[in-house]
Ligand binder design. Structure first.
Ligand code: FEO
Ligand code: CA
Ligand code: CA
Length: 630
């Protein structure tokens, strides 16, 4: 480990520290190649020209004033300046209030968290968990029910009786396990605004020990069998739940991201299986679960980490339903799962794998979705594809099958990264959320950043060359790639692509690091991460980046949420977050008059004010005139 104060790191940052890519390759050669691409990388104007040639951001440069006015009308708010303070800001005419905070009860017989004592073991699976992330709102029999992820915990605040949050007992471990996972909760709007409906029959916590079913090609495989589950079909718990998704049949998809960090070895001599390295599974853990819970001890249960890293389907309408781990969607560090129905009714799921130089995936079901029909196999039987981008603006989806990979189906579903490497997919700049435009046949993925682009390989030894949708070496700002499926069909094997934007800092840089032509001093940001479209087709972009407001990041302030217009490329800042936090996860009320947004890991005493502990919080944003905002 380094001497960095790891308690201040988000889980993504911690994982980056734990898993440095392999040693540098030929630095000079790669930089030379980047320089030779100056036609593409030569700065804002050059980027605009290159994009125009590909039929993309050139639109921005050629807008007529009438078009510009029409575009302006899409943004019903006055854009915000940056902030560097400890609270949330939204535009004039909008207000926000907290909906759910770390440790807040879901049931009336449970007290709110006492920051001095943390949450008791007894109550830890009956309160809103920590570090809110992806979320979706479902309307079930007239009730509004939010399913929402809790990505990780800050052990110091959950175990205040311990030294730096290091668990001292099995009970301590259980508290941490219970404070992560998923909350399902009914919410309602009353005179005092939005509240959790205490004791609602929908309210439920799903955590690191909740029984689940393994389904799809890896279910029953020797790769996932353990002493406790000799059939390899039952699993316990869901881990590092980051982004999310929803199906047209009303279920919630929670996505397991940096699951590797929960496993460790009590035996220093345990030889780590070869496949661990690609996923960053090492003997070192963040929470020391393995000392008190044998399931997380790699030397005793080497298959246990192969039972995590999946998309998990949850039925929010039934608090006693068993979540299902859908192995057909692959085992990666899943960010989110964006679902769309293809022209012929097949189910398409786009998924990013958030690690430097990992890949962008697509699943296509064999069967078609029929409303009211049997959906139980749609996420079990299908084909997983991985994206290959060409520099000329074309792309294709490469199938991961026994024929293309030389691997068996269960191996493809458990060692998905290795399978994708075999077919020559494009190594990406940390693919985070995918968002699908509801009013156009196109999808977007936030490529958050990649400080090692152009100078190192990924964890599987694949090159990370500069080019295509990853056009900048040592990319500290990130970009958003967009693709248009051939034949206007998300199930098609080919697509065209462009960049919706390259984040950057035009005040500090005059080259490609200034960003694309739709980035300016007034809207700049770094590290796009969460992304969702509202029903009107505006793209809401959330950031999880560097908020020092210094050096390369001067003038960018705290993390933020912006709205982007796909038609014009225009981007405007809507929300600024408290210092230290990231903005992640969003959904809308059924009447679209409230936009729910997650504020994760604030450093400051947010939202309760000075003298109080920072609490990860979901906020509810409304227009003061109660007009629709999504
Ligand atoms: Fe949990 Fe990649 O964000
Ligand atoms: Ca994220
Ligand atoms: Ca991130």
């Amino acid at each position: 480990m380094t001497d960095v104060d790891t308690s201040k790191l988000s889980w993504d940052e911690w994982d980056e520290l734990q898993n440095p890519p392999p040693a540098e390759t030929d630095f000079d050669r790669v930089v030379e190649r980047a320089i030779s691409r100056r036609g593409f990388l030569g700065g804002v104007l050059a980027f605009g020209s290159a994009a125009a040639a590909m039929g993309t951001l050139g639109n921005l440069m050629s807008s007529t004033s009438a078009e510009a006015q029409e575009a302006a009308s899409r943004f019903q708010f006055k854009p915000l300046p940056i902030a560097t303070d400890n609270t949330v800001h939204v535009p004039e005419g909008y207000s926000w209030q907290p909906l759910a905070k770390w440790g807040q009860p879901l049931f009336s017989n449970v007290p709110d968290v006492d920051p001095a004592k943390g949450v008791s073991l007894e109550n830890s699976d009956k309160v809103f968990g920590e570090n809110t992330d992806g979320m979706e709102l479902f309307v079930i029999g007239g009730h509004q029910v939010i399913a929402i992820n809790h990505e990780y915990v800050n052990p110091e605040i959950n175990l205040p009786h311990t030294e730096k949050g290091v668990p001292q007992s099995a009970d301590d471990v259980k508290i941490l396990q219970n404070m992560q996972g998923v909350t399902v909760m009914e919410v309602a709007e009353g005179e005092d605004g939005w509240q959790i409906v205490l004791d609602s029959p929908f309210n439920r916590r799903i955590h690191h020990n909740t029984p689940m079913t393994l389904s799809g090609p890896a279910a029953g495989s020797d790769l996932v069998k353990t002493a406790a589950d000799p059939n390899g079909t039952d699993s316990l718990g869901t881990f590092n739940n980051c982004g999310a998704g929803r199906t047209p049949w009303g279920t919630y998809l929670t996505c397991e991201e940096n699951f590797n960090g929960y496993f460790g070895s009590t035996d220093a001599n345990f030889a780590l299986p070869e496949d661990y390295a690609r996923y960053g599974i090492t003997a070192e853990t963040r929470y020391a679960y393995e000392k008190f819970d044998e399931r997380f001890d790699l030397s005793k249960n080497p298959n246990e980490p192969r039972r995590a890293g999946y998309v998990v389907e949850i039925d929010p309408s039934n608090a006693t339903s068993t979540p299902v781990k859908r192995t057909a969607l692959g085992r990666i560090k899943h960010e989110n799962a964006a679902v769309v129905i293809a022209r012929d009714g097949r189910v398409v799921v786009y998924m990013g794998d958030d690690e430097r130089g990992e890949f962008l995936y697509k699943y296509v079901s064999n069967g078609i979705y029929v409303p009211g029909g049997d959906t139980s196999k749609l996420l079990d039987e299908g084909t997983l594809f991985v994206a290959k981008f060409s520099d000329d603006g074309n792309g294709e989806w490469l199938a991961l099958t026994p024929e293309t990979t030389g691997m068996k189906m269960d191996e493809i579903c458990v060692f998905t990264r290795q399978a994708a490497s075999k077919v020559g997919a494009t190594t990406m700049d940390r693919p985070e959320w995918v968002a699908i435009n509801p009013v156009a046949i196109e999808a977007y993925c936030a490529l958050t950043n990649n400080s090692k682009r152009g100078i190192k390989k990924n964890a599987g030894g694949d090159e990370m060359p500069v080019g295509g949708p990853n056009p900048r070496a040592e990319n500290e700002y990130g970009q958003i790639v967009r693709w248009y499926p051939e034949n206007d069909d998300h199930a098609d094997g080919k697509f065209k692509w462009d960049l919706f934007c390259m984040a950057g800092n035009p005040d500090v840089h005059k080259d490609a690091y200034a960003g694309s032509s739709n980035i300016n001093s007034g809207n700049m940001f770094n590290s796009p991460d969460g992304m969702m479209f509202d029903t009107t087709g505006l793209l809401w972009i959330q950031t999880d980046g560097e908020d020092s407001n210094e050096g390369d990041f001067a003038g960018q302030g705290n993390n933020q949420m912006l709205a982007g217009d796909p038609a014009t490329g225009r981007i405007e800042r809507f929300l600024t977050a408290p210092k230290g936090s990231e903005v992640t996860g969003q959904t809308w009320s059924s009447d679209k008059r409230t936009h729910f947004v997650g504020i994760q890991h604030p450093d400051a005493p947010f939202p309760d004010g000075e003298g109080k502990l920072p609490r990860s919080t979901v906020i509810a944003i409304k227009r003061d005139d109660n007009a629709m905002i999504g």
